[in-house]
Design a protein around this ligand. Structure first.
Ligand code: URA
Length: 189
């Protein structure tokens, strides 16, 4: 399956109950040859309305962090979520919703073949790195899994709630920039 076919199928997904309450499936945003994949938790209200990830206040903050290290969703990264449809009232996605949705992310990962995956927040990091991953203790560290580097950092919404963590989050992005220079081929070209 190619990228366009995957997107077409994902946009009409009915694999879990979230399809009944969503407005739009949020497939993701960015370039399909990205070497760096960002993974959030799931769409909120604005994302559900627009069909795009991270377009609310936390999205503006994420874009600022990206731009600070010369990344841009229109140019050199892809942004996806663990679940593609908004959980009602922004509750955490249920285990069965994650399980139903994960094949979409796996297929995105298979087609993109990213060199680096950045997990935004606990839900993404625990799904992608380790079930007991602690963002507070382990943010900014790179974990090699079969030749792909995974890093967890603070969710932008958590940084809006607790701005004290913004400087350390920025250090994570600086470490990401260094790692991209080290191992990526075309992200900064
Ligand atoms: N929070 C997320 O985790 N993902 C989005 O797409 C928006 C907000």
């Amino acid at each position: 399956m190619n990228w366009e076919e995957l997107k077409k199928q994902c946009l009409v997904c009915d694999r879990c109950g979230l399809c009944e309450t969503r407005t739009n499936v949020v497939f993701g945003d960015g370039v399909s040859d990205a070497e760096v994949l960002f993974v959030g938790e799931g769409p909120g209200q604005h994302e559900d309305e627009q069909g795009l990830p991270f377009v609310g206040r936390s999205g503006a903050l994420l874009d600022n962090y990206l731009h600070a290290i010369d990344l841009d969703r229109r140019e050199n990264v892809f942004i996806a979520n663990i679940v593609k449809c908004r959980p009602p009232k922004n509750r955490d996605p249920l285990p069965e919703e994650r399980a139903a949705c994960l094949p979409w992310l796996r297929e995105q990962f298979r087609l993109l073949r990213p060199k680096i995956v950045v997990c935004l927040g606990r839900i993404a990091a625990q799904q992608m790195i380790r079930p007991d991953f602690s963002v507070t203790r382990e943010h900014g560290q790179f974990f090699d899994k079969d030749g792909v580097l995974f890093m967890g950092t603070f969710h932008p919404a958590a940084l809006l709630r607790n701005p004290n963590n913004k400087p350390v989050a920025f250090e994570d992005f600086a470490a990401l920039r260094d790692k991209i220079h080290e191992i990526c081929d075309h992200t900064y070209q």
